[in-house]
Write a protein that binds this ligand. Structure first.
Ligand code: ADP
Ligand code: MG
Length: 229
């Protein structure tokens, strides 16, 4: 953990037409920490994640960095057609491409190695040549995470990564992310807080506005006091 801020939100607002999903949102995230964005459904977690990745631009306020090229993003829902004929290895390899995904791209040996390393890291070795349509929900999620890891991204953002995982896979994923934060900055949006309290360095509660907590324990006290999640 260092003291360098890698993400800063300064009084950010984002509205979908008339509906302002988030407003007055200010927080900062330090390098090589694990931050959890927590809060009720519809609170604005996915909106903040999309602002971090640069998919959305703020209507008001500032976000650092402005250009978010070096961010690995694991979306809440698959952004691709899971029936598309593509193996685990093919999909993870696309993560090594920096910008445009070209079909039938020729990958270099280092790119191939990176993809294999990422597949191993998420525990999908042996599944490299399996079609993605033949994976369980949890395996597909891990393949998507491997894709994010195969890039050079310094920051990995995961939106509800536990949504299609059973309890054991969730535990394994969190243990893995807890290790990964030695090298990378990790941001997880979730409304399943309890598994995350042990590994979070900081917690940001989001319910239209954001409230930053120095420690998970501080938030836990508030929740005991009846705050909604
Ligand atoms: P969370 O991820 O915490 O469940 P979201 O960021 O998905 O919250 O949603 C925050 C608010 O923004 C909700 O009221 C939701 O209905 C609204 N919203 C999200 N996406 C859109 C969209 N594409 N168009 C209109 N409203 C949206
Ligand atoms: Mg969401």
């Amino acid at each position: 953990m260092s003291n360098k801020n890698v993400i800063i939100f300064d009084d950010v607002r984002y509205c979908y037409g008339e509906v302002c999903a988030i407003q007055n949102v200010s927080f900062s995230i330090k390098e090589k920490t694990l931050t959890v964005l927590i809060g009720p459904n519809g609170g604005g977690k996915s909106t903040i994640i999309k602002l971090i990745t640069g998919l959305l631009k703020p209507g008001k306020g500032n976000i650092v960095p402005e250009e978010s090229a070096a961010i690995g993003y694991v979306a809440q829902n698959p952004w691709f057609d899971v029936t598309f004929p593509m193996t685990v290895n093919d999909m993870v390899l696309t993560g090594t491409l920096n910008h445009k995904v070209k079909l039938y791209n020729k990958y270099t040996q280092p790119q191939k190695q990176k993809a294999l390393d990422a597949i191993e890291l998420v525990g999908l070795n042996g599944f490299e040549n399996r079609e993605i349509s033949q994976l369980s929900g949890g395996q597909l999620k891990r393949a998507v995470i491997a894709r994010a890891l195969s890039s050079n991204a310094e920051i990995i953002v995961l939106d509800e990564p536990d949504s299609s995982l059973d309890a054991k896979s969730t535990q394994e994923l969190y243990e893995f992310l807890n290790q990964l934060k030695k090298d990378k900055t990790i941001i997880i949006a979730s409304h399943h807080i309890h598994n995350l309290f042990d590994i979070a360095d900081s917690v940001i509660y989001i319910n239209n506005e954001a409230q930053e907590y120095a420690s998970p324990i501080e938030l836990e006290e508030k929740l005991k006091g009846g705050m909604a999640i």
